[in-house]
Structures are given as structure tokens and as C-alpha cells.
Design a protein around this ligand. Structure first.
Ligand SMILES: NC(=O)c1ccc[n+]([C@@H]2O[C@H](COP(=O)([O-])OP(=O)(O)OC[C@H]3O[C@@H](n4cnc5c(N)ncnc54)[C@H](OP(=O)(O)O)[C@@H]3O)[C@@H](O)[C@H]2O)c1
Length: 357
């Protein structure tokens, strides 16, 4: 796969100073707790690579971390950010497959909201020439999540039906594209303003969950059979509805509790209510219903490096071949990370929100 290398213009920008910029969650709260700071640029250790960041993906998990609704996040002060695109500008001592100046995309598990980040060498991949920095930074979290859910867990087959909740979000659009690659029929839920955009991205049926009874609509569209796979990032009582919409032999993948978040600020009662409403699935019921339920947390697959790397390489091959297309909804400069969070929480995005450096 041909990848892009550093231009003279970019190479000159690498020599600017020893200090790096990063955006810190100073304490838990609303978007205003995000603050830009500077510190000395660190050097990579053996097995690590330093990336000069050009673009960083913003994820809903960053919003949850800021609001103290994401148990996996370190305590503040912490730098959020799970994925970046940029250039390799330092490589730790020892043998490596990486090259200085190569255009790369990386999974970062925190620290991505910065102009420089150090990551394990296994989580750095060359970017196909046909992708911009913003497009590349949109890929890792959304497409890996959708790919693990659909291909690995649910084992989606050609001709099957998929229901994707939050179809207009980053994971939702990745899931639409991956489902279509498998020749599945795609039903999605999204607010009405996003329907036209989703149709142009190839969704077969889209339901406005704010005004329609989603279960009744899915029953109507599938002639009462239900769907083979449901992707559910909502959690709470929605999960039991998702389970009910499965046809026999159906698979449900639960990967979020998005209903915990209502507006820009944390409402403890709402969060507890969502968690309280999460169903406890009983193996006897699963057996009698011939249905399966998976839980997915990409962050907890961090040690499965060979698996994640193989999945990411397969995705990048599909991007290089034009079979997948990253959809960037809006970009914000790094220093306006708070506005990027507001935009995401207002649910204004169709696709990915990206911070540019
Ligand atoms: N477990 C994992 O490994 C994993 C990995 C990645 C993401 N996730 C989770 O998956 C979910 C989607 O991620 P994403 O990156 O696609 O998010 P996103 O880009 O913010 O999109 C989510 C979309 O879902 C819709 N939505 C429905 N109910 C919502 C609610 N209560 N709050 C906010 N949005 C709501 C919104 O569109 P409408 O206008 O249609 O309402 C929104 O645009 C998040 O909960 C995230 O934490 C989990």
C-alpha cells in the first residue's frame, strides 16, 4: 500500500522548539474544563514511536471522561484522545518497522489532544496516499469498533439485516459502510435532520427514533421477522428493546450507555437511571430464544495487539481501495476542543469530529 512521506514544509515545522501543546481535562465538568497547556516534549522509549500530530479524532468517550462518566479514564488532570494522524518524528531505540517522516495513523489510549504524542509501535500504521490527515484520524476508534462488533462478534453474513442505533454518529456511519461491504440490508435510527445524509451514504431504511415507535417500525420493515444483528450504543432500557427486535439466531452487540448523557452537564439521577435499567440477560432465556448478546469495550482489547493490528490493516486496505470512505463532519483547531465537545453533545455531527493541529 503506497503511503505518504514528510514534505519539506512539514519537516521544517518539526524543528520548532522543545515544548509541546496539549489540551487537558483539568477537572470533571462542562466543556470549559478543557484547557490548553504546554510541557516539555517527551522522548520515545524502546518499542515506542513519537508522532507529530496533525489531526486527532474526538470521541464520545472523551465527553464521558470529562463528565466523570467513564470509569476507564485516568483521574484529572488528564489529556483525552484515542486516535491521531501525523508524522513519525522520533523512534525509540532498537529494531523497528517504522520510518522517520512517514504519514501514520495511531491508536493512543489517551494523550491524543496534543501536537505530539508517544505510542506503542504496534499501534502505528502507515496511511494510504488517498487519505488526508483528517480522514485518517477519523478511522481507528469508529471503524475498529464497528468492525469488531459486526465482523468478529456478530459474524455478519451477506443477505442479513442489521439495525444500527445512532446511525448518524461516527461508529454508526462506519457500521453502515461495513454492513454494505458485506451486502447486508441496513436499518438505522437517527434524528430526522440526518436522514438525507444517511440515505446518500447508502442506508436502506432510517427511522426517526424521536417520533416513531422503533420496534413497530422494524417489525413493519422486516415483515414481522426482526433483524439478524443490532448494534446498541444506547444502553439502559433501550437494550431490552434491541433484544426483542432480533430474529431467531439474532445477535445483539452492546457497546455503550449513551442514554446516561442528556445535555452538556452530568445529571447523576439520569446516569444512575440508565445503569439501573440495563437488563441482566439470563442464559436460559438466551437458549430458549436462540439469541446471543455480546458486550464490546475496545479499550479493554488494548493487549490484543495482534488482533487489533490485523483488523486495522484490513480496514486500511479497504480505504486504500476506495471501498470505505471516512466521513468528517466538522473540524476544530486543537485550542477549540471545548467547542468540539459542545458540537458532539448537541448531536450536530453526521460523521466524525476532528481536532486539527
Ligand atoms: N465500547 C466501545 O468500545 C465503544 C467504542 C466507540 C464508541 N462507543 C460508544 O458508542 C457511542 C457512539 O459513539 P460515536 O463516536 O459514534 O458518537 P457520536 O459520533 O457522538 O454519535 C452518536 C449519535 O448517536 C445519537 N444519539 C442517540 N442518543 C444519544 C444520546 N443519548 N446522547 C448522544 N447522542 C445520542 C446522536 O445522533 P441523533 O441526532 O440521531 O440523536 C449522535 O450523533 C458512544 O456512546 C460511545 O461512547 C463505544
Amino acid at each position: 500500500m503506497p503511503t505518504r512521506r514528510l514534505s519539506i514544509y512539514d519537516a521544517q515545522s518539526l524543528s520548532v522548539g522543545e515544548r509541546m501543546r496539549e489540551v487537558v481535562i483539568t477537572h470533571h465538568g462542562g466543556p470549559d474544563v478543557l484547557e490548553e497547556r504546554q510541557r516539555l516534549t517527551p522522548d520515545p522509549a524502546s518499542g515506542e514511536v513519537r508522532i507529530r500530530v496533525k489531526a486527532c479524532g474526538v470521541n464520545f468517550a472523551d465527553v464521558l471522561a470529562r463528565m466523570d462518566l467513564f470509569p476507564d479514564a485516568p483521574k484529572p488532570p488528564m489529556v483525552p484522545g484515542y486516535e491521531v494522524s501525523g508524522y513519525v518524528d522520533a523512534i525509540g531505540p532498537g529494531p523497528t518497522r517504522h520510518e522517520m517522516g512517514r504519514h501514520v495513523v495511531a491508536l493512543t489510549r489517551f494523550g491524543g489532544y496534543a501536537d505530539c504524542v508517544i505510542v506503542p509501535a504496534e499501534f502505528v500504521w502507515g496511511v494510504p496516499q488517498n487519505l488526508s490527515h483528517n480522514e485518517a484520524a477519523s478511522i481507528p476508534v469508529n471503524y475498529l469498533t464497528a468492525s469488531v462488533a459486526l465482523y468478529r462478534m456478530a459474524g455478519l453474513k451477506s443477505g442479513e439485516w442489521v439495525l444500527i442505533h445512532g446511525a448518524g454518529g461516527g461508529v454508526g456511519i462506519a457500521a453502515i459502510q461495513l454492513s454494505r461491504l458485506r451486502r447486508a440490508t441496513v436499518v438505522g435510527t437517527a434524528s430526522a435532520a440526518k436522514h438525507n445524509a444517511l440515505r446518500s451514504l447508502g442506508i436502506d431504511h432510517v427511522i426517526d427514533y424521536r417520533t416513531a415507535d422503533v420496534e413497530a417500525e422494524v417489525a413493519r420493515i422486516t415483515n414481522g421477522r426482526g433483524v439478524d444483528v443490532v448494534l446498541d450504543p444506547l444502553g439502559g432500557e433501550n437494550l431490552i428493546k434491541s433484544y426483542r427486535m432480533l430474529a431467531p439466531l439474532g445477535r445483539l452487540v452492546s457497546y455503550g450507555a449513551q442514554d446516561m448523557v442528556g445535555g452538556q452537564h452530568r445529571i447523576v439521577v439520569r446516569s444512575l437511571h440508565t445503569l439501573w435499567q440495563m437488563p441482566r440477560f439470563n442464559p436460559v432465556d438466551l437458549m430458549n430464544d436462540n439469541k446471543g448478546v455480546f458486550g464490546l469495550n475496545l479499550g479493554h482489547l488494548w493487549e490484543e495487539r495482534r488482533f487489533l493490528s490485523g483488523a486495522m490493516e484490513a480496514l486500511l486496505t479497504d480505504f486504500a481501495g476506495g471501498r470505505l470512505k471516512a466521513v468528517v463532519s466538522k473540524t476544530f483547531p486543537l485550542g477549540r476542543a471545548a467547542d468540539a465537545h459542545r458540537f458532539l453533545q448537541d448531536r450536530a455531527n453526521v460523521g466524525k469530529v476532528v481536532l486539527t493541529v
